[in-house]
Design a protein around this ligand. Structure first.
Ligand code: BES
Ligand code: MN
Ligand code: MN
Length: 456
């Protein structure tokens, strides 16, 4: 323990400097303009792995962005931990809302401000530095394999194929991921579930061209008005989604489990305050924490159409668009829900418009055990470093690849993240606490030790 802390103390400035190097690369996977940056980030990640002591490091090509691989096998008879993370980041827009530039990291009040600081460069790099620490102090107790991908933020479309093609190389005992949050810096938690995702886009077409809203308004269906009506009708006044069959496969959480979950600390007024809202909303009969973890949702993520420029232009638009996400819970299936959405949306559209529904990426929901040897190792590791036993919680976000790891490799994932929900991931001014970064580096070697002792 002392060895870990003194190594971190001696090297923390370098740990930060190296993370900053990664954060300076705008590895935005969604934007083709950043292609060379994403590729450069992959190469630097590989180099960092090799410098930390990994062998067989490789930037593995896929049909999209590459997967960075590296490993250290100390004894094939010992257990193997596979570390997964992602070096790609979300776009930084809207740029004007950032207080400092998104790809020029800066520490203010103990936080590292930069796109990707918490999601996920700061978090996956903790594993690289914890690995370096174990190598340098001769304390790596089992085998380790790294798999850091570059397409998580765009749905991990090519990772599935990579996993299928590399089953031997990816033989292991558990997947370890830091890409989620803890409840608070003095209240550690481990995610034991993630929601799935169906992401749809709809295009509503009314008249075959934009029309004068005075000459035609009142007589011709306005696609924006109609799109709003359609979206509104997809939720009833109880906050329930009205798509027939939507809830059919939802596993209702037992009363006992809900009572257990309600013990996690949560302050509603603080929550509202932080978001600047006077009230919260959602499905009747469920708490805020439940609405964001054990229940499915439907949200419009973006909507456009008609005239949105300066001043006023009187126009009855020809088209309206929306991007809609549905967060799914076990045992909902992303393809099935997407199909239900598409057929329902087409069915409820009036004859005055035509609708086109397209599918974007999706992913399946998961729940993992809080009594497995790997979970217990993670729990003991956090208890050692935080001085407090972590609370198992179900998260609201999605990491679609976790369900795929289970299906293709038969492996469970441990979601031992160190971020905070208030880190503003995907938002302007994303940040990651220096405390969280160093705490992660401190906790990970404990996980390896406990897992190697009893994990196989
Ligand atoms: N790291 C997040 C997921 C996350 C964040 C889980 C916080 C739990 C707590 C991940 O990078 C992410 O953003 N996932 C996407 C899904 C993906 C298919 C684009 C998401 O949840 O929107
Ligand atoms: Mn992430
Ligand atoms: Mn993300």
């Amino acid at each position: 323990m002392e060895q870990i802390n003194s190594y971190i103390e001696k090297n923390k400035q370098r740990f930060l400097d190296e993370l900053f190097e990664l954060l300076r690369i705008p590895s935005v996977s969604a934007d083709p303009k950043h292609k060379t940056d994403v590729l450069q980030c992959a190469e630097i990640t590989r180099k960092k792995l090799a410098e930390a002591g990994a062998v067989n490091t490789e930037v593995c090509p896929t049909a999209g962005y590459p997967i960075v691989y590296g490993e250290k096998i100390i004894d094939p008879k010992l257990p193997t931990v596979i570390v997964y993370g992602h070096y790609d980041v979300q776009p930084a827009d809207p740029l004007n809302l950032w207080h400092t530039k998104p790809f020029e990291p800066e520490i203010r009040e103990g936080n590292i401000y930069a796109r990707g600081s918490a999601d996920d460069k700061g978090q996956f790099y903790m594993h690289v530095k914890a690995f370096e620490l174990m190598m340098k102090t001769n304390t790596l107790p089992c085998n380790i394999k790294f798999m850091i991908e570059g397409e998580e933020e765009v749905g991990s479309v090519n990772l599935g194929e990579f996993v299928k093609q590399n089953k031997t190389r990816l033989k292991g005992d558990v997947i370890l991921i830091s890409d989620t949050s803890i409840i608070a810096n003095d209240t550690p938690s481990i995610s034991v579930g993630l929601r799935g995702l169906s992401y749809m886009e709809v295009e509503v077409t009314g008249p075959n061209k934009d029309l004068h809203s005075g000459v035609y308004g009142g007589a011709v269906g306005n696609p924006i008005n109609i799109l709003c009506e359609l979206i509104t009708s997809i939720k009833d006044t109880n906050g329930k989604i009205t798509i027939p069959g939507f809830y059919d496969d939802v596993i209702e959480v037992s009363k006992e489990d809900r009572i257990e979950m309600a013990k996690a600390p949560f302050d509603l007024s603080e929550y509202k305050n932080e978001l600047g809202v006077e009230d919260v909303t959602g499905e009747n009969g469920f708490s805020t924490l439940e609405r964001t973890s054990i229940r499915p949702t439907l949200d419009v993520n973006g909507m456009w159409g008609g005239y949105t420029g300066e001043g006023a232009k009187t126009v009855l638009p020809s088209k309206a668009f929306a991007k809609i996400s549905m967060r799914l819970v076990p045992n909902q299936n992303s393809q099935k829900i997407s199909d239900l959405f598409a057929s329902h949306f087409k069915k409820i559209a009036p004859k005055t418009v035509k609708v086109k529904v397209t599918y974007h990426h999706g992913g399946e929901p998961i729940v993992t055990s809080s009594s497995s040897p790997a979970y217990k190792a993670a729990s003991r590791a956090m208890e050692t470093s935080f001085g407090k036993k972590p609370i198992p919680v179900r998260g609201g976000g999605s990491i679609p690849i976790v369900a795929l790891f289970k299906k293709e490799l038969g492996l469970d994932s441990i979601l031992m993240g160190f971020g905070l929900d208030s880190d503003d991931i995907h938002s302007p001014n994303e940040k990651y606490g220096v405390f969280n970064y160093l705490k992660g580096i401190e906790t990970i070697p404990h996980f390896f030790r406990f897992f190697a002792e009893g994990g196989k």
